[in-house]
Ligand binder design. Structure first.
Ligand SMILES: [Zn+2]
Length: 346
């Protein structure tokens, strides 16, 4: 006997939200469609797919983090704990971390993840080998701009992810951004995570998105909204370091928000838990918690749409049902009940 499950409600995916349904056999999606469910549904709620984790660092998944370290001591290049670990760990260990991270990510309902890959071209090759479906944003390691290095990275990666404008020479960053833009690939950068950084310079690079913006001013956030540059927030990671993701401020100022789980050593790549923290942060800041559903899928797919990386985010991937008989988005995310289905690869 097959275990059959049917669900009806709102399908949330890259295209937005529409009424729809899904039928699964033994945990595998057998049919999915829009409109009314052809059978009496077992569950009603949100049927979420195309979930993209927009900001990760997967190679430090499994690194034990001693409590009480500051953001700088833990992740600042070149000598934060994470970077010392990445330099000393073997290729086998790092690829093992990446493989386990990718399995955890898809097991928890993400289609793919966008990794800010440390370690230059070799770091990108490791991840491409460990997880062919990852969206990889490599990071150059040479002390000065080297077009050959960028060429090598971009032959494997989907773009470049820079640590921050204050870590590197501006002319170097500009040259990198030019190379990425010329190839219509993804350029992204961490901004104002620990201290406020120069948003005018960052926006002059035409990034596909920026990450964090915790210490940004309202004016900085308004400039992102004006330039239509989405902000990827990482509420769990930010709160670990005693910072606040600018959820309500971005909503009030009209900037698009997407979500990422950040460093693998700090939390699991679980986008639905991240969405619950996002909703809670939005509520406590006086913002709109129901935006968490849109941040899970729509905005990230829009960001990747401009690039070749899009193909990795629109293949068949896992489907998660958030049961909610009353159609309450925030409640469905916050309750944490989930039914995970895998889609059959036809
Ligand atoms: Zn990061």
């Amino acid at each position: 006997m097959k275990d059959i499950l049917s669900a009806e409600g709102t399908i949330v995916d890259a295209h937005g939200q529409r009424r729809g349904w899904v039928i699964a056999e033994d945990g595998l999606v057998s049919e999915i469609g829009y409109g009314d469910c052809p059978v009496e549904p077992d569950v009603t709620g949100f049927i979420v797919r195309d979930v993209v984790n927009m900001h990760t660092h997967c190679a430090d998944y499994g690194l034990d983090v001693p409590p009480g370290l500051s953001l700088e001591e833990l992740v600042a290049p070149p000598d934060g704990l994470k970077h010392r670990y990445l330099r000393s760990a073997s290729r086998t260990d790092l690829m093992g971390n990446m493989g386990r991270f990718a399995a955890a990510s898809s097991g928890r309902g993400s289609e793919t993840f966008v990794d800010f890959r440390e370690g230059g071209a070799e770091g990108c090759r490791m991840l491409r080998e460990a997880c062919p479906d990852a969206v990889i944003l490599g990071r150059p390691t040479s002390p000065e701009f080297d077009p050959d290095e960028i060429d090598e990275i971009l032959s494997v990666a989907d773009g470049i992810g820079i640590s921050s404008e204050s870590d590197m020479d501006h002319r170097y960053i500009e040259s990198v951004a030019d190379e990425v833009r010329d190839r219509r690939m993804v350029f992204a950068i961490h901004v104002s995570e620990r201290v406020r950084e120069d948003i005018d310079f960052v926006l002059s690079l035409d990034p596909a998105f920026v990450v964090h913006m915790c210490e940004a001013t309202d004016d900085d956030i308004a400039k992102c909204a004006e330039a239509e540059v989405p902000i990827v927030v990482c509420p769990t990671s930010n709160r670990y370091f005693g910072r606040e993701p600018p959820v309500a401020r971005a909503q009030a100022l009209g900037a698009d928000l997407a979500l990422g789980t950040d460093n693998g050593m700090l939390c699991e790549p679980d986008m639905f838990s991240e969405a619950a923290v996002f909703a809670e942060a939005a509520s406590s800041q006086g913002g709109d918690p129901s935006d968490c559903i849109r941040a899970l899928t729509r905005v990230s797919c829009k960001i990747l749409n401009r690039s070749k990386a899009n193909a990795r985010a629109t293949g068949p991937g896992p489907v998660t049902i958030l049961p909610s008989p009353d159609g309450d988005e925030q409640g469905a995310v916050m309750r944490g009940d989930r039914i995970r289905l895998n889609i059959r690869r036809f």
